[in-house]
Design a protein around this ligand. Structure first.
Ligand code: ATP
Ligand code: MG
Length: 580
């Protein structure tokens, strides 16, 4: 795997220790058999030696066993620590890369992937990989080494018994592969359900005020209950299969052991036995040990299979195309605030039956103030998203200072814009951090200056901890108008060439409206501003008003002219004045 590569050296050392400790494990039944055999042989005083060591003294053998355990303990310690370190390093890189990748994904990726599902998917995949890298693979190969070494020893002791033994092992191995696949399919399905159920929790808790206001709790709980029930059923079913499999193997295993012990005992009988007592004990011990190894293989194997599924999932994300790879623009100078929309057509990728923008054309000169008005769903926010190059146009062109926006480096483009969205999101952290977000290099006095210009300083300084007040999940919740002014301070700090403001429809009370409006007037000075406007006061001052209806620009011009024309705009204004 690619992410292990930097730690391959250590990983290989870990493998050496794995092989050492597993091989040492193989000596155990050999010596133990000798120990048991030597006590039995003492009465008959036949002290022939088999194999590498010539020890007919029980004390010597026991001593050798202690030594063996000491070595094995040391090898295993080193192996566990090294594998663990390699795993943790690898996972850190994997986590960082997965997050980096997701952050750089184009907007369309987030339209088609549920955020909750994505995060729980990634974290569960990583946990799966962690377990496997740390222990499962090592364990699997330890068992394989024991089995292979065991077979070799068995042949040394008695080829006849070894053949009997081998008659059962391959059968079980084939069954293991077959069952492993089957169980893997079931558990992958369960993982998918688990990710879905997590996204229910995330969405419900993230929108808890909506949930409570609509007394949606029971419904959400019902949805969740159904999912957890499905997960349970699936896992219960796969548990039964696993259980069946294990018990089947155990049955065969003990059957085989009894059979071999019986055959072996027969061989030790008679005047000229084919097998010595030592050999017999060694054989039995080897067989039991190998039996246990074979029995543990299917679980380990299915675990590795599961991890391969998880790795595939992660790799899909890691190999996905990033925004900057999709858009190869490199131009990093020239944005001056002039914007030209030329016959822009647009559809969202995941809903390509609906044409959201139809032949939208308009031009904005440097430092113009543009108001974008129109009914809900007419495509105003979409136009803002296109200017930020969140999506590529389906047809037509957006040109800034002579160059199509796709020619600009995406970071350069966005660093020249500030976007105050319809629903301001504050990150968990202090108010200071939330404003500094506009310019990470800004000093404290610059942040305060921006807050003052945004008419936010008054309420911020009224808090006991001032700028250091925590907001969001862990801190206080700000009102809609306060959040907006924080976002405006953020934009002031960024000092962009182009300002895009998506005004919230929610009416502010007249005092906050006045404060926000003042802040906006300061912000909009000396730069190109596109305001998706609901406030008549903002609209009246605009150099040009664009009226959008169902994705089409139906009217454009100054307030006075449009009122005189008595068209769609005049109707909108009339309604708003009746409202207020
Ligand atoms: N991410 C998206 N994926 C698919 N369709 C979308 C997406 N965002 C918006 N739309 C659709 O595009 C159309 C225009 O949406 P848009 O958000 O631009 O409207 P809007 O003019 O900003 O409305 P509002 O005044 O309510 O904010 C709507 O029909 C909407 O359903
Ligand atoms: Mg909108």
């Amino acid at each position: 795997m690619y992410f292990i590569r930097p730690y391959l050296g250590w990983y290989l050392i870990g493998w050496v220790f794995l092989i050492l400790s597993s091989s040492a494990g193989l000596i155990f039944p050999y010596l133990m058999g000798k120990l048991l055999g030597s006590t039995a042989n003492m009465s008959t005083s036949s002290s022939e030696s088999i194999g590498l060591l010539t020890m007919d003294n029980a004390t010597d053998v026991a001593f050798a066993l202690f030594l063996l355990f000491a070595f094995q303990a040391l090898f295993s310690f080193v192996r566990v620590v090294i594998f663990n370190n390699v795993t943790e390093n690898t996972l850190r890189d994997l986590r960082n890369n997965a997050f980096k990748k997701m952050v750089f994904m184009p907007m369309a990726f987030f339209d088609t992937n549920k955020v909750g599902e994505l995060t729980s998917r990634v974290s569960s995949d990583i946990t799966q990989i962690q377990e496997t890298l740390r222990t499962t693979i090592a364990e699997f190969f330890r068992q394989v080494i024991i089995i292979l070494g065991g077979v070799a020893f068995l042949f040394m002791i008695s080829w006849k018994l070894a053949l009997i033994m081998l008659g059962t092992v391959p059968v079980m191995a084939v069954l293991a592969v077959f069952f492993g696949r089957f169980i893997r399919r079931l558990s992958k399905q369960a993982q998918d359900y688990a990710a879905e159920s997590n996204s229910i929790i995330e969405e419900t808790l993230a929108g808890i005020s909506n949930v409570k206001a609509f007394t949606f709790e029971k419904f959400a709980i019902g949805n969740y209950d159904r999912k957890t029930q499905e997960i349970r059923n699936l896992n219960v079913r796969s548990g039964i299969w696993r259980g069946l499999f294990v018990s089947f193997i155990i049955f065969c295993l003990f059957g085989a052991i009894v059979f071999i012990v019986w055959q072996g005992l027969l061989m030790t009988q008679g005047n000229n036995p084919e097998l010595s007592n030592e050999g017999f004990y060694q054989f039995v011990l080897f067989t039991i040990m190998m039996g246990a190894s074979v029995g543990s293989l299917p679980d380990l194997y299915s675990n590795i299979q599961k991890t391969m599924g998880a790795t595939e999932n992660l790799m899909e994300i890691l190999n996905d195309v990033e925004e900057t790879q999709m858009q190869s623009g490199t131009l990093s100078h020239g944005i001056d605030g002039s914007i030209l929309f030329k016959d822009v057509n647009f559809r969202y990728a995941q809903r390509d039956d609906v044409q959201v923008l139809k032949n939208v054309s308009f031009s904005i000169a440097q430092n113009d103030k543009i108001a974008l008005v129109g009914s809900s769903g007419s495509g105003k926010t979409t136009i803002a998203s296109l200017m930020l190059n969140f999506y590529s146009v389906s047809a037509g062109e957006i040109i800034m200072n002579g160059a199509p926006i796709s020619d600009y480096d995406i970071n350069y483009l966005r660093s020249n814009m500030a976007y105050v969205p319809q629903d301001v999101l504050l990150f968990s952290g202090s108010i200071f951090e939330n404003i500094q977000f506009g310019d990470p290099n800004a000093s404290k006095s610059e942040v305060i200056e921006a807050a003052k210009k945004a008419n936010a300083w008054e309420f911020i300084s009224s808090f006991p901890s001032g700028l250091d007040t925590e907001v969001g999940d862990r801190g206080i919740q700000l009102s809609g108008g306060q959040k907006q002014r924080i976002a405006i301070a953020r934009a002031i700090l960024k000092n962009p060439t182009i300002l895009i403001l998506d005004e919230a429809t929610s009416a502010l009370d007249s005092v906050s409206e006045k404060l926000v409006q003042e802040a906006l007037d300061i912000l909009m000075k000396d730069r190109t501003s596109i305001v998706i406007a609901h406030r008549l006061s903002t609209i009246k001052k605009a150099d040009m008003i664009l009226v959008l209806e169902n994705g089409v620009v139906s009217e454009s011009g100054k307030h006075k002219d449009l009122m005189a024309a008595n068209g769609a705009y005049a109707k909108l204004v009339e309604m708003q004045q009746l409202d207020s």
